[in-house]
Design a protein around this ligand. Structure first.
Ligand code: WTA
Length: 656
């Protein structure tokens, strides 16, 4: 990907203005309107958010303080009471939207289903009642391990309806990874399916849940609620496991929305970091509802006539904020797709756009790069003229992929909304507003109103334009993560003390490197920590190392990212073996499979290199920089003189 080098991005001067007809109908029209909103929010953030919260959301009871900021702990809309599902469902039922499509689901193989707002409401209420019947109470955590079927969204909303925080675990994670998360969250119940369809295969989700819970290894879990999807033979443990369709039959479709405190926990979502186990990112109710609502509305210029499709999985934050909560809170039609492009159906994304007349399409750069490789014929053979806005998320988009997206998919008429954000931020932080912001290929453009993003050095000093630095946020925003579940100290250390606070001024550090140009546009350069990004999935190198070391053959492991033209990065592992093991290809295959078992297929190393030793400093720290260079076949960058044993590098270069 030669065109993502800093030099080429510095030379990227193309500018694309929002199409005139789109801009003329947008809620936020033109840069002057954006600048005005930005300045207004900056001058009085509390006033700005309070006005929107009152105007855009339904509250059972108003707040008496907009923001309580005790760095690094924030509370938004203090003592306000609301329920996010009231905003996503109930309030639409008294309008013409009652029978509007809320969720359009395209399933595999060839299934489809549309739920109107009234129908979605019914099913959510029924599941909420079933959860209550199974003993789930306000405050209890519920694990969700599901394929991409409507019941995944229904499960999330049912939890939120009764005030039970959910923790969705991506269906591609292994039983082991699921167990860790259920354990950390102390989940009382798990919602899953007999299986899911993925790439022409059945994924045995229920079997993985059984394995995660085997021998009562997560004693907090009392019940498993199973949705019938594939009709594969599965085991149902008497007393513990219940079928959703059986309980649904007897469940009332009326379940009042529990009035939640604005700061009550809405969900926990686990994500990878530099050190240790995945962290449970905590999001609460009021601020998250408001921020996901506003960002989707303004960045994508969401209209009631839009058919909006985000291709993420509900197991990630993008699915939470922008398949479920953001769109439904706005009363939009959200498309959910169970499939992924696969050899037997490479054009499936374009078929979905044509079939439903999708107007807003939001996907990841890795998918775009994969489509480029498949050739222009596939999209060109479909009618994509319904599209009016395109979006991307998950990793920096290289200008070449941006231009292809713009020309081949967008027919040169659709603005590209490149949204930079994170699990921790809850919603878009740096993003164009479709009807306002001129875009530059490869830049996420400008911060959303209310987001005081900046570029600083490691001491927190601002850096000049066009100089690389750390991407930070200077002021709290409504959907910021509140803490790491059960570990306030880790929250403080990881996000707020990485760059030391000065004079009581705390900077939120996101983990990304960035450059800002003279127009104030941000160019994200990627992670500066030990997190790697494989096909837009975030993986901690430490997690993969721990998985490898848990195999009896492995003495030591070091994992780095190696550049890949389609997936962005791939997992490259250096491994030293215990004395009694020999470095064979069969062992490499076994170790790769071991990682799949411990974490999931998304973490499978593309390559494993055996080594007699790893390069270390005199104090025993692995020098990853060198390993990254070695993995990519580059010359070593940096000084090798701090190394304990220089011959290690020669041996590694010869490879094995
Ligand atoms: C990266 C996904 C460049 C970034 C919503 C961030 C991006 C991490 C972009 C968060 C973008 C996300 N341009 N990089 N538009 N969007 N990233 O938590 O490194 O899965 O820190 O959230 O993805 O990944 P996460």
């Amino acid at each position: 990907m030669s065109d993502t080098t800093i030099e080429s991005i510095l030379q990227e001067h193309r500018l694309f203005s929002p199409p005139a007809d789109l801009a003329a109908q947008a809620e936020i029209q033109g840069m002057a309107a954006y600048e005005q909103l930005y300045e207004q929010a900056k001058a009085d953030p509390e006033g700005f958010w309070a006005e929107l919260a009152a105007q855009e959301l339904h509250w059972f009871q108003s707040w008496n303080q907009v923001l309580d900021w005790q760095p690094p702990f924030a509370k938004w809309f203090v003592n306000g009471k609301l329920n996010i599902t009231y905003n996503c469902l109930d309030r639409h039922l008294t309008t013409w939207r009652r029978n509007k499509a809320a969720l359009i689901w395209e399933g595999e193989p060839g299934d489809s289903r549309t739920l109107t707002y009234a129908q979605l409401y019914r099913e959510v209420c029924q599941m909420a009642n079933v959860l209550k019947q199974l003993g789930v109470q306000k405050g209890d955590r519920v694990g969700i391990y599901m394929p991409m079927i409507p019941e995944a969204a229904i499960a999330m909303l049912a939890c939120a309806r009764i005030g039970a925080p959910h923790t969705v675990v991506f269906g591609g994670f292994s039983a082991e990874a699921l167990k860790d998360r259920l354990e950390d969250a102390q989940a009382k119940l798990v919602i899953t399916a007999d299986g899911g369809f993925r790439k022409d295969k059945v994924v045995p989700l229920k079997a993985a849940v059984d394995q995660a819970l085997a021998n009562n290894s997560v004693p907090s879990v009392q019940h498993v609620l199973v949705v019938q999807r594939t009709r594969e033979e599965i085991l149902m443990e008497p007393g513990r496991d219940r079928w959703w369709h059986e309980l649904q039959a007897g469940a009332s479709a009326d379940c009042p929305a529990e009035p939640m405190d604005s700061e009550d926990l809405l969900f926990i979502l686990y994500t990878s970091g530099t050190t240790g186990k995945p962290k449970g990112v905590v999001h609460t109710t009021g601020g998250y509802n408001l921020y996901t609502h506003m960002t989707l509305k303004w960045a994508f210029d969401l209209k009631d006539t839009d058919v909006y499709w985000c291709t993420a999985d509900v197991g990630w934050i993008t699915g939470h904020s922008y398949i479920v909560y953001g769109p439904l809170s706005n009363g939009a039609t959200t498309v959910m797709y169970e499939g992924v492009p696969r050899p037997s159906n490479l054009g499936c994304f374009w078929d979905v756009i044509e079939k439903y007349g999708v107007t807003i399409f939001y996907t990841a750069p890795t998918a775009i790069r994969a489509f480029i490789k498949m050739g222009d014929e596939l999209p060109k053979a479909r009618n994509l003229s319904s599209l009016r806005i395109l979006g991307t998320v998950g990793e920096p988009i290289n200008p070449e992929a941006w231009m292809w997206y713009h020309q081949v998919i967008g027919g040169e008429r659709c603005p590209i909304v490149d949204t930079w954000w994170q699990t921790e931020t809850g919603g878009f932080m740096i993003t164009p507003l479709a009807g306002a912001t001129p875009t530059k290929p490869g830049s996420a453009t400008r911060p959303f109103p209310g987001i005081l993003a900046d570029v600083v050095d490691i001491e927190g000093n601002p850096v000049p334009d066009n100089t690389g630095g750390y991407l930070v946020v200077r002021y709290p925003w409504p959907s910021m993560m509140r803490t790491v579940y059960g570990d306030d100290d880790r929250f403080r250390r990881t996000y707020w003390e990485y760059i030391p606070p000065k004079d009581g001024q705390y900077l939120y550090f996101a983990g990304d490197g960035v450059r800002r140009d003279a127009d104030g546009y941000f160019w994200i350069m990627g992670r500066v920590d030990d997190v790697i990004n494989v096909s837009g999935h975030r993986l901690g190198t430490m997690e993969i190392e721990s998985a490898l070391v848990s195999h009896p053959a492995v003495a030591e492991a070091a994992v780095v990212g190696r550049k890949d033209p389609v997936r962005g990065e791939e997992v490259f592992a250096f491994v030293t073996l215990e004395r009694s093991y020999s470095p064979t290809d069969a062992l490499k295959a076994e170790l790769k499979q071991h990682v799949v078992q411990e974490i999931g297929a998304i973490a499978r190393p593309s390559e494993i290199q055996f080594a007699d030793a790893l390069p270390k400093t005199r104090s025993g720290k692995i020098i990853r920089r060198f390993l990254r260079n070695l993995a990519s076949g580059e010359d070593l960058v940096g000084d090798a003189s701090t190394m304990e044993d220089q011959s290690v590098l020669d041996q590694l270069r010869q490879g094995s």
